[in-house]
Design a protein around this ligand. Structure first.
Ligand code: DHE
Length: 564
């Protein structure tokens, strides 16, 4: 298996079949070869373990660990009632192979054509998918405590920065397949340290003070990084689940108390729960299961994964988006003993994924990507404001807030499934929550993942890493915030072979950093490109043996203040 792109390295901890035994079709441990008897496709233990690992690493994010479907369709042997996609047994090995090889225009990557999976792996996966999914094993607070480590106790940490660097302009850059985070000085562009984190780190968030970075890996591992140390490094680590994508800190200070950097929340994909930890030590304090009733017919879903989590600056609240049930949970953390009874659950649309604040901090907008909708939550009044039809698979990241003289304040999302950047008016009045502008990027096809701007910038930037065209996938697009038109396209220099992914501004708002996400064994094809946001020129190329598979990057100041 080629280790690249959004394919993950084999998980060390989560070969479900190995952990818990497999569902239908499991053979005796001594048998190595798979067989086919009648309608049943039987896999050996070794094959089941390998296939579970490939499935978990490549497919589960979109199709669900229990394969009930989410961003992608269900992958069950028999189609459940009402499903539009056929059962995998109906598709057969040949049909499934074609999908994995070629992908679909709706956003399914062409794993085979890209060389991420080879023929043998695709065939194994196609046979695996015609068996029942293995069950999800438990991961309890005792398991979390057993894996929790404080490397430097709070009292032994520095009380002021041990360097004279401008740490609020540090960038934490994810080196995805290396399982590392690079801390880079945003002023000098020098690498300050490399911190070994979890497997395929997904995102970073800054503490409310900005001093700490929290990373979350796809293996559910959380890492606490102290930027005040002479060489920024890890001071604590923990594990919240087998699989996770989101982490956020408490940010509220007001009449109800000072909760800044008191609690951390980690969202679990598998098992489906959120975990509250002590923000300074990562001690696990509370686990709340998010399994629950689905919208509509109210069917109970065990797999109800936690997607994006954001923290309110105005109230002691986390906004927790439960993907499969389509419920947005407003979790009041002011009294941990009453956290469940003090949670408001708002039914919205499926399947919730990523989102961010409007410019006022009152409204949170989240993509219900499989419904092609954006959901708007009025967090101040704890209610659903509205649901807006946008386009095929909206994917905003945290979105972007643009001020435009004609329309006022706009919140922006791009789309994975079509070529469309959508501008939604957030200013109160007749246009509020209306789509006031849709923009096509140059060339055809979707594949946009992120948009980004800064209040001091005249521009909005968009990437397109999942576009099938290599040139478009390694390009970023600059949109003028006044004309709302694309005014410049930057294709990464020829020597870089990766995809251009995720933008982040520096603290001053005059530079944009973009990652060129190549493969692990060719560092020379990877880079972090720094563009001058005023002259719109490529200003600096951060490269080196250590720049491997860079993806997300997070500026301390902008992340702690939710500037986008
Ligand atoms: Fe992400 C954000 C889930 C694939 C890079 N990603 C998020 C969030 C979720 C999520 C729920 C929001 C977190 C929050 O705000 O609290 N991502 C998933 C998936 O389930 C999915 C589709 C498939 C998977 O198996 O993981 C997926 N994501 C990817 C990638 O392939 C990317 C490009 C590279 C990678 O890490 O594998 C990727 N996701 C990111 C980044 C963010 C993110 C950089 C944070 C954006 C920001 O500006 O905050």
């Amino acid at each position: 298996m080629k280790k690249t792109g959004y394919m993950l390295k084999a998980s060390m901890v989560f070969a479900l079949a190995a952990l818990v035994g497999c569902g239908g079709g499991k053979k005796d441990a001594t048998e190595e070869e798979s067989t086919q008897t009648g309608d049943e496709i039987v896999l050996s233990d070794a094959e089941m373990e390998k296939a579970s690992s490939i499935y978990f690493n490549t497919c589960a994010g979109c199709h669900g660990t229990l394969r009930l479907g989410a961003t992608g369709p269900h992958l069950l042997p028999e189609a459940p009632e009402g499903a539009t996609a056929p059962g995998t047994r109906q598709l057969g090995t040949a049909g499934i192979t074609a999908f994995i090889m070629n992908g679909t225009p709706g956003g399914m990557p062409d794993w085979g054509k890209q060389g991420v999976l080879n023929d043998e792996e695709i065939n194994l996966l196609a046979r695996f998918l015609q068996n029942d999914p293995p069950p999800i094993p438990p991961f309890t607070i005792d398991d979390m405590r057993a894996r929790w480590k404080v490397l430097i106790p709070v009292e032994d940490r520095p009380t002021k920065p041990q360097h004279d660097k401008n740490w609020q302009n540090f960038f934490g850059v994810i080196l995805r397949d290396a399982g590392q985070v690079a801390i880079i000085d945003g002023d000098t562009k020098e690498k300050i340290s490399i911190v070994k984190t979890g497997f395929a780190v997904h995102i970073l968030r800054s503490s409310a003070s900005g001093r700490y970075f929290y990373s979350i890996g796809r293996d559910g591992k959380v890492t606490l990084i102290d930027t005040w140390m002479e060489t920024p490094g890890m001071v604590a680590e923990g594990k919240a689940s087998f699989d996770a994508r989101s982490v956020e800190v408490s940010k509220y200070k007001g009449p109800l108390g000072d909760f800044r950097d008191k609690y951390l929340i980690v969202g679990g994909y598998t098992p489906s729960h959120y975990v509250v930890m002590d923000a300074l030590t990562l001690e696990p304090l509370k686990v709340v299961n998010t399994s629950g009733k689905m919208l509509g017919d109210g069917e109970f879903l065990e797999e109800a994964r936690v997607a994006a989590i954001v923290s309110s600056h105005k109230d002691p609240l986390w906004i927790v988006n439960v993907k499969e049930t389509g419920m947005v949970w407003l979790v009041d953390y002011s009294d941990l003993d009453k956290i469940e009874e003090n949670t408001t659950q708002i039914p919205t649309a499926q399947f919730l994924h990523d989102g961010g604040w409007d410019v006022t901090g009152q409204y949170f907008l989240v993509a219900a990507n499989a419904s092609n909708k954006m959901v708007v939550i009025d967090v101040t009044n704890k209610k659903l404001e509205t649901i807006i039809e946008t386009g095929i698979k909206p994917h905003p990241g945290r979105g972007a807030n643009v001020n435009n003289s004609q329309y006022g304040n706009l919140w922006v999302t791009g789309h994975l499934g079509e070529n469309k950047i959508t501008f939604i008016c957030t200013t109160p009045g007749e246009n509020q929550w209306k789509v006031v502008k849709e923009l096509e990027l140059p060339g055809s096809g979707g594949g946009n993942l992120f948009v980004k701007t800064h209040p001091k910038s005249k521009y909005l930037w968009a990437d397109r890493p999942l576009n099938n065209d290599e040139a478009l996938a390694k390009s970023v697009f600059v949109i003028d915030k006044e004309s709302l038109e694309v005014i410049k396209t930057f294709e990464a220099p020829e020597k870089y072979k990766g995809r251009a992914v995720h933008m982040e501004y520096n603290k001053a708002g005059d530079e944009v950093w973009v990652c060129i996400w190549g493969v692990m064994d060719k560092p020379e094809e990877n880079a972090i490109l720094v563009y001058d946001d005023k002259s719109l020129t490529l200003k600096e190329e951060i490269t080196g043996d250590w720049v491997v598979t860079p993806t997300g990057k997070f500026n301390v100041y902008n992340t702690m203040n939710d500037i986008y």
